[in-house]
Design a protein around this ligand. Structure first.
Ligand code: BTN
Length: 328
């Protein structure tokens, strides 16, 4: 813990009351000048701290940033969020930043979060709408002992973590749409982008990125997303703290990842199935460039979608976009 972290903890303990510079410098065993310097940095990072020459400092809190110390506070994990947490006010893409760090041997559990992304990436070369201050844009570095063929299961497992985190933190009825979408009332709330680096027959690292619309209002959404996307704020009618959702996500993620590590996707499949509405639905999916329509009959123990066509033939679909039909 750095002096700045200790200062933050001390100020938080005394939130909404005045504390003198003298008391802080005694408590942390640093000079008054050092206290001043760290207060300045905390302000630059977004913490609201009033000061008065007579009374000292008054900590009002933080403007819901995803600062490392905030994410880590009371976080109930062993690995995720316990390694380095990189918070970037602005970056191109947290997935890209996480990959760069993974290439330089950043350990499993490293978290990269941003307040805004200028080139947020979605699946299939799409972009991810990432305005400042409104969403969660976070990527995790994993170093699992998996065969590359098992890696797609990580996306499905992450969807369970994201859906459960949303339910726990907001009470919204989040549902999973295979393979990587989190929906609320049929509209997209969050998406997951998994990127894998392999070496021979093993996984070198995986970067899992989550984009989740939290405090976006309908008018913040670009026109092309108005019909298909939603946010926690749109659905609940009020703002939510991004920190709480991110912490819930990291905790759920770690629990599921521990299970996945031992038993693969099969060990989280029941939970996945309990969070989806797609089984039994008519759908169209692209397979090898062709459009295939039928009824979703299962997601098997490997996370593969099983679709039954009108001739009752079963097709296994490993990846693609699923378009649910409104027809029964
Ligand atoms: C999708 O639904 O197409 C996946 C969207 C994933 C977006 C997240 S935001 C954080 C991370 N960084 C990125 O550039 N993309 C993912």
């Amino acid at each position: 813990m750095t002096t700045r972290d200790n200062l933050l903890i001390y100020l938080k303990k005394n939130k909404n009351s005045w504390v003198s510079g003298q008391a802080i410098s005694q408590e942390l065993a640093v000079s008054r000048a050092a206290v001043n310097k760290h207060i300045k940095t905390l302000r630059q990072k977004g913490y609201e701290i009033a000061s008065s020459t007579k009374k000292g400092y008054f900590f009002k809190g933080v403007k819901d940033l995803l600062l490392a110390a905030e994410i880590r506070e009371d976080l109930d994990t062993r690995i995720f969020g316990q390694q380095e947490i990189v918070f970037l006010e602005e970056t191109d893409s947290t997935n890209r930043q996480a990959r760069l760090r993974a290439e330089k041997s950043a350990p499993e559990g490293t978290v990269v979060a941003a307040d805004r992304q200028s080139s947020g990436r979605g699946r299939k070369g799409r972009s991810w709408f990432s305005p400042p201050g409104l969403g969660i844009y976070v990527s995790l570095i994993l170093r699992p002992s998996l065969a590359p063929s098992e890696a797609p299961g990580i996306t499905l497992m992450t969807a369970v973590a994201a859906a459960e985190a949303v339910i726990a933190a907001t009470s919204l009825p989040a549902r999973i749409k295979w393979p990587n979408d989190i929906l609320v009332h049929g509209k997209k709330l969050a998406g997951i982008l998994t990127e894998i680096s392999t070496e021979m027959d093993s996984v070198n690292y995986i970067v899992v990125g989550l984009g989740l619309n939290v405090n976006t209002s309908s008018k913040d959404l670009p026109r092309e997303l108005q019909k298909s996307a939603t946010s926690v704020r749109i659905e609940t009618g009020k703002r939510h703290e991004r920190i709480k959702i991110i912490q819930a996500f990291l905790e759920k993620f770690e629990q599921l990842y521990d299970r996945f590590d031992k038993g693969g996707f099969a060990s989280v499949r029941e939970e996945w199935l309990g969070l989806t509405d797609i089984v039994g639905k008519r759908a169209v999916v692209e397979k090898a460039g062709n459009k295939l329509s039928g009824v979703v009959t299962d997601i098997d123990t490997e996370g593969v979608l099983v679709l039954e066509d009108h001739e009752k033939r079963l097709h296994r679909v490993f990846s693609g976009d699923l378009i649910l039909s409104t027809k029964k």
